[in-house]
Design a protein around this ligand. Structure first.
Ligand code: GLN
Length: 209
């Protein structure tokens, strides 16, 4: 299985390093022709969503990626990546892929609060370390979106079909469990469906790297 990591700006190298520890190959998406390489899932890293969104459009990668996400490409998104996917951004006029029916608030913890670190209860996994950096959180979700983690009352992790989106940065804590969760529940299924080895979208197969 190969993951494509959007490598225009932000914390993409850390995702690659973590995926390599799980035996997953990665490619970097830096320009349009990189989209011609085969890959099974997409990683949208943290960084600055406005910069990433602008570059995606300037480099003419936006429409092709949106088309693929719309047709079921599994996506693992952190922080700015969550903002790029959100249908609505509460405190910004810009919109990007709009494939995840949630509303996010950018820099939701205040610009002064650069970062914080904590243990979070994650549904189906248990306690995980979570590092937040000028993070967004989710202020509302459509009923079909599953909430996987909250910090106090704020939603910080969701799953929606083939999309896993997080406010925080698991790649900075070198904790592979969320990636395994994604690979088992979303990416492996999609890859098997594409290769015709299963026809049941709800069928969750055991992960093997
Ligand atoms: N504040 C950034 C934004 O609005 C997100 C921060 C991050 O990705 N760590 O895009």
């Amino acid at each position: 299985m190969t993951g494509a990591v959007l490598a225009l700006q932000g914390a993409f190298a850390e995702h690659e390093a973590l995926l390599h520890t799980l035996g997953i190959k990665t490619i970097e998406l830096r320009e349009k022709k990189d989209l011609e390489e085969p890959f099974d899932f997409l990683v949208l890293p943290g960084g600055e969503s406005t910069v990433q969104g602008k570059l995606l459009k300037e480099l003419d990668m936006f429409d092709e990626l949106k088309k693929r996400i719309d047709s079921g490409l599994p996506v693992f998104a952190t922080c700015a990546g969550l903002i790029l996917l959100a249908e609505n951004i509460e405190n910004d006029d810009k919109r990007y892929f709009q494939v995840l029916p949630v509303t996010v608030r950018r820099n939701a913890y205040g610009r002064q609060l650069g970062s914080h670190h904590m243990l979070l209860d994650f549904k189906g996994i248990g306690q995980i370390p979570a590092t937040f950096i000028r993070a967004p959180y989710i202020t509302s979700v459509s009923p079909e979106v599953e909430v996987l983690a909250k910090e106090d009352e704020e939603i910080v992790a969701v799953q929606y079909h083939h999309i896993l989106a997080l406010s925080f940065h698991p790649e900075l804590d070198m904790d592979g469990r969320l990636y395994r969760y994604f690979l088992e529940h979303m990416a492996k299924n999609a890859s098997d469906m594409a290769s015709g080895t299963t026809s049941d979208k709800a069928n969750v197969l055991p992960f093997s790297a």
